[in-house]
Ligand binder design. Sequence first.
Ligand code: SF4
Length: 462
Amino acid sequence: MNHLSSETFDENAKAALADAQLRGALRNATSLFGKRRLEAARGLDNWEDLRTYARAIKDEVLLHLDRYLETFVANAEQRGAVVHWANDGAEANTIICKLALDRGARTIVKSKSMTTEETHLNDALEAAGMQVVETDLGEYIIQLAHETPSHIIAPAIHKTKGQIAELFTETLGMPPTDDVAQLTSTARATLRDRFAAADMGISGVNFAIAESGTIVIVENEGNIRLTTSLPRVHVAVMGIEKVIPRFANLDVFLKLLPRSGTGQRLTTYQSFITGTKRNPQDEGPEELHIVILDNGRSRMLAHPVTRQSLACIRCGACLNACPVYQQVGGHAYGSVYPGPIGAVITPQLMGIEKTAQLPYASSLCGACREVCPVKIDIPRLLLHLRSEIAASKTNGNTTERLAFKMWARVMMSPALYNLGATAGRIVQKVMPLSKAWTSGRDLRPIEPQSFRSLWKTKLSHE
Ligand code: SF4
């Protein structure tokens, strides 16, 4: 089990740094994803234009989100979907549990959905007596291991091939092997039976097209197609930010998302689901329920700085590029959303009281901003959150605030600055530097003579 808390990021990170196997797995996976992303981006000569265009679409949607959501809902309902609004995770879980209970569902297949991870839907369904089976290979692995995802698009990125082989031997009774093809075919065979027996399928949503009420889901394994079409009932769960205006807008996102995530030109499958099946002989569910979740997103939308957090298309590129994530992995963040975007979203979803360490889990190097396909200025968002934390009464450290006030005063006055520098030189002679400060960073001592006095001395010698 690895249910770590965001409140203890510093300790979680220290423990992760001591885990050589974890760091090796992260190094291999993030550098491979990063290399593939770069090659894929270079393969398009209008990459920067695509990023700008995608961001412009997202900005337009976020400015008029109420209008686009209403259009999406009206069109989805017209085509037979039933739309449910959920203010928070608990409400979303209650809606979905009731849907399952009312239909006598016992077995539920689920395809990868970060939104349902955010609401802890599996726990709620299991508490209501249902068996939930994750069908994405990565999610299935971590479900067997009773762990949580450690990456937005590669939930089991922290596991080595050997660890997965051991897990399959223990839980599925598979003879020991580290042959990847054999591991995947064992998982596939087990999951096929679950699809056939499932009463309900639950999926996430990558894009919701307002003009037609269509939901779009991209994937590589084919499990989403089975999850959304084999069971009689399909429940799709989406955050309010997933809507885009038109089909024509999809082109740019389908170019950016797979290239940024895995370096693919296109994912293997793209499912377009518009309402329920029309005729008995058609493929698809008899019932389609779309649960639209807020869970703190309206708060992000209301502020002009934090609004851009909602432009995220969950590609995971910022995680792969982040020097902090590369070293500590996803579990250290104690949130379903790790890495740079997680350090931005989690405090806004869960409140800064319990997540105050996350916005500081960054060197502000800007690598996340460089790779983000929708040009989210993550360092700016992190600084914004840091200033909120510093200003908040609950987290504000009075001594620190006083020290920075004094620092500002001194920096604005040459006389006070000189006085401070002289006092600093005396103090550093009699007091050693704090070990807590210098154990992880350098702090150069104050020079014995200031630049001003050196300058003056030089002038007097000329
Ligand atoms: S913030 Fe940008 S790079 Fe990070 S997951 Fe979201 S879209 Fe991808």
